[in-house]
Each structure stands twice: as C-alpha cells, then as structure tokens.
Design a protein around this ligand. Structure first.
Ligand SMILES: Cc1cc2nc3c(=O)[nH]c(=O)nc-3n(C[C@H](O)[C@H](O)[C@H](O)COP(=O)(O)OP(=O)(O)OC[C@H]3O[C@@H](n4cnc5c(N)ncnc54)[C@H](O)[C@@H]3O)c2cc1C
Length: 474
C-alpha cells in the first residue's frame, strides 16, 4: 500500500494533497527565499490523526516537515525536497476561557488573531502580539518561541505557555496540560519544546496563560538624530514609565519604503534619522493611559513627539512600524537577519552595519527595524545579489563579536543552520543532538532544520573559518 493511500485512510483522501498546483503555496515561505517540493501535504484534524500520519510516515521511511501559518522567516516550515508536509491548520479547537485561572487551551493550528478574538470578550488578551497575527498559529509561535511587540512587558511565547500536548515521531503523545503555574515534577516539556522548530515533536494543543485586556492604550512616536540619543531616551523612559508595553525602533530609510508602499503621510514633522515608538496600556477605564507618557516626555530630551490614545490613531502609528516587513518584501527578496545585541552596544552595531555589509556586497541596501528594548534588530539586506551567504556571515559574526545572538526571535530554521556554532558551544550542540536522537531517533522531523545531520559537507564561505558544530547527526 502506498504512503499516500495510508495517509488517506487516516485523514480522508480530500486532506492528502498531491496536485502540484494545490501544494505550491505550502512549498514556498513568506519571504520567497526558501522553496522545495514536498511529496504530499497532509491535513490532520485531531491528535489521533497526527499519531496516524506519523505512524504511516514512519512505516514508509518518509520525513515530515510541520507547517502552521507558514509565516516563519527562516525556512523552517519549507520542505527541502520529498518530505511529507504536515499542515496543522485544521487543529482549530478553541477551548472555554478559564476566567478564574486566566487560561485557555487551544489547538496548535489556531491563529493568534482567532485566540485574541476568542479571549477579549472575557476581559483577557494574549501576552504576545505579532504583525503576522492573522496567519501565525499558536503551535508555530510556541515552536519558534515567538517574541514580537510586547516581550518588554509579558515575555516571549515560552512565558505564555503553561502546558502542551505533542506527538513524538514514535507516535507517543506527551500531554501535560494542567496549567499549574507551580509544578516541579522533573523535565519541563514546555521549556524543551518551545523553540524546537518542528524538530522534536508535532505540537497539537497548547495551554496558554492570558493577561488582562487593557482598558486604554497610548502610543508615542518620537524622532531622533541618531541611535545613541534614541537609546538614551528609551532608558530614561523605561525608568519613568516602568509599565511600558512596547518600545520599537525604525529608521528613515525604512519609513520612506513604508510610505511609498502604503501611501501614508509623514508621521512627524521635520524628518528624523531614527524613530522610537513606545506604547503604554492602562487597566483602569477612568485613567488617561497617555498621562504618564506625557509627564515623562515633558522631562525628556526628545526632538519631536506625537502622543495619541484614541484606538484608530494608535493603530495608525503602529502601522508605520508593522508595515516594514511587507514594504521591504514588496521591493525585493531581502536577506533577513533577526539578531540580538546587548542594548549598551546597539548604537555601535547599527553604525557599523552598512560598512560591514557593503564590504562583501557593494551596492546592497540595509534596512533595520526592531524591538529596541531587547536589543532585537531585524536586519534586512536588499540587492545582495549572489552575496547572500557572505552578507549573512559578515553580519552574524559582527553580532557575535559584540556579545549578541544570531537569532533573537525567528529561530534558526534552514537559514542559519550553518552558523549555529557561533551562538552555541560544542558541548551545547552535542547535548542538543543527544536530545534530538532521544526524541526522534531516525531524524524524521524537520530534517535540515536547526541541526544538521552528520555527513553533510561543511560549506566554507567568504574564506572565513567555518562555524563550529556542523556534524551532529544520528
Ligand atoms: C509580517 C510578519 C511579522 C512578523 N513579526 C514577528 C515578530 O514580531 N516576532 C516574531 O517572533 N516573529 C515574527 N514573525 C515570524 C512568524 O510570524 C513567527 O515565527 C511565527 O511564530 C510563526 O508561526 P507559523 O504558524 O506561521 O509557523 P510556520 O511558519 O508554519 O512554522 C515555523 C516553524 O515552526 C514549526 N512548527 C509550526 N507549527 C508547529 C507545530 N504545531 N508543531 C511543531 N512545530 C511546528 C515549523 O516546522 C517551523 O520550523 C513575523 C512574520 C511576518 C510575516
């Protein structure tokens, strides 16, 4: 019996897709940098069906790539060639909101926007928010430990996840969904599987911690002449307004692209080199959410500022920041590098970026934006031509030389697998490979993502020393 027939037995023939015109949208990622053909797309709608799909793949020796909303930016959900693509988008269950505990259980394929719409009428919200909220799934967000716009206040996805259900490649189901905030009974599956990028298990359901929905919101957009002044002002603001929910940054070049793409007007008179967007939310309806911001800004050294607290006006200011990814993609296929550097050296790093990139890719354009409070910058390089690998190498080495990380929130995926050894020691890589072998002994899930199987030749790039730790296989 063929694999396709066995899969059809499990999920129904209509949910095993092999027609190339129908599989095409699953086979290319959001950035269009990564693509690969899969053997079939299979769409289970329950944990039992996921168990059945993995059993059939195991019997036929087929590898599996897990895909949620396909908004990941490092190619982790894109097949390399010949895998079965397991789409989680039919795992759509929305459990009742537990108002006493402030928790909810949802299927891994539920989008962030659907969870937000589900919990907000109960006075709750999800602590993580992303520009990709309409497509990104909760399973994908846990698998990548998504960060986003409110990490400053609520932490990344790991901090929102109290329990999960996951299917191992053996077919065993790990389910620990009690939602107890305190529970020390040994190894923690949330800690282990958050950020595992589809390489250790298929997440099928998640128990989420919820945060109170705010009664009001205020957003300020501030303009500066340079990054150093913006970072100093942010440090002052964080002390004066300790409950800031977001602190985002972007630059004149990115703003110009956003304005050209969206038709939006100039957000601040005068034109500035650097923009800082900060947000504060207020739990009490009777209190003006903007007031602490206005008081702090009266004392701050800020060139220009606009502060708004009406819903549509807040969303309009956020649009300048959130439209960056789509505006850049509309201009070309960028090399996207999501990195973190210590905030104390962020300004130095940004100043050195264009020269670093242009040394290996003359004429390339660098557009930077990101989550400034965590030192998390999204470095986008357009017009890198054939020099994408050299650009990646130069930028990531410059990050690591300053004590940073090669991935802040998007993960490693296929994009950075060769550079993982820059951020992890050989002992850490060996322990990661041991965990992989223990939970997925035949390397069936996400081959080529995050860890590279043994025997794959090491690619040398730009004459630089190859990164450490590239032969980690079963
Ligand atoms: C416009 C835009 C804005 C974005 N903003 C942010 C941001 O601010 N912060 C941020 O962190 N990210 C951001 N992202 C990236 C992306 O949205 C996140 O990485 C998100 O968590 C991916 O979710 P997904 O469901 O689309 O996962 P996919 O892209 O489908 O998959 C991502 C990875 O998770 C694995 N995976 C998916 N589902 C499962 C599952 N159920 N079980 C096991 N593994 C699974 C895949 O195999 C893959 O390795 C943005 C993306 C876009 C396009």
């Amino acid at each position: 019996v063929s694999l396709e027939s066995e899969l059809a037995e499990v999920v129904g023939a209509v949910h095993v897709v092999v027609d190339p015109t129908m599989t095409a949208s699953y086979e290319v990622d959001w950035t269009r940098r990564f693509s690969g053909r899969c053997r079939a797309v299979v769409r289970p709608d329950s944990t039992e069906q996921v168990v059945g799909v993995l059993a059939a793949c195991r019997r036929h020796g087929a590898c599996v790539v897990v895909q949620g909303g396909n908004t990941g930016l490092v190619g982790g959900a894109t097949p390399a060639g010949g895998e079965v693509l397991l789409s989680t988008t039919r795992l759509r269950e929305l459990g009742p909101v537990d108002e006493i505990a402030g928790q909810v259980t949802v299927g891994a394929g539920v989008t962030l926007a659907a969870v937000q719409a589900h919990v907000r009428p109960h006075g709750f919200d999800v602590g993580v928010d992303l520009g990709s909220r309409d497509s990104a799934t909760v399973g994908g967000m846990v698998a990548t430990n998504a960060g986003g716009e409110r990490v400053l206040r609520y932490g990344p996805m790991r901090a929102q996840t109290l329990g999960l259900e996951a299917v191992l490649s053996s077919g065993d189901v790990l389910a620990h969904m009690g939602g107890l905030p305190k529970e020390n009974t040994g190894y923690d599956w949330v800690g282990l599987l958050t950020g595992s990028e589809g390489t250790l298990a298929v997440l099928t359901a998640v128990r989420l911690r919820l945060v109170p929905a705010p009664a009001g919101r205020a957003v300020a957009l501030l303009g500066f002449d340079d990054t150093r002044s913006a970072m100093r002002a942010l440090s002052d603001l964080r002390r004066a307004v300790p409950d800031l929910t977001a602190a985002e940054g972007f630059y004149a070049a990115g703003l110009a692209m956003v304005r050209a793409h969206t038709g939006l007007g100039d957000p601040l008179p005068g034109g500035h080199a650097v923009y800082l967007l900060v947000e504060r939310t207020e739990p009490a309806a009777a209190v003006d959410p903007a007031e602490p911001l206005l008081a702090a800004l009266a004392d701050a050294d800020v060139g220009a500022a606009v502060v708004v607290s009406e819903g549509a006006a807040c969303r309009a200011l956020w649009r300048y920041r959130e439209a960056h990814a789509e505006a850049i993609s509309a201009d070309g296929i960028p090399v996207k590098l999501d990195v973190a550097v210590p905030v104390a050296v962020l300004a130095d790093f940004v100043e050195g970026l264009a020269p670093t990139v242009q040394q290996v890719a003359p004429g390339a354009r660098v557009i930077v934006f990101g989550h400034l409070a965590e030192g998390n910058l999204h470095v986008n390089v357009l017009d890198a031509g054939d020099n994408a690998v050299a650009v990646t190498d130069a930028v990531l080495r410059s990050v690591v030389a300053r004590g940073g990380s090669i991935s802040a929130e998007h993960g490693v995926g296929r994009a950075k697998v060769e550079w993982l050894g820059l951020s992890r020691t050989p002992a850490e890589l060996a322990a990661m490979a041991a965990v992989k072998r223990a939970l997925d002994p035949t390397w069936m899930l996400g081959p080529g993502v995050l860890l590279r199987p043994a025997g794959t030749p090491t690619r040398r790039h730009g004459g630089a020393k190859p990164p450490r730790g590239e032969t980690l296989g079963p």
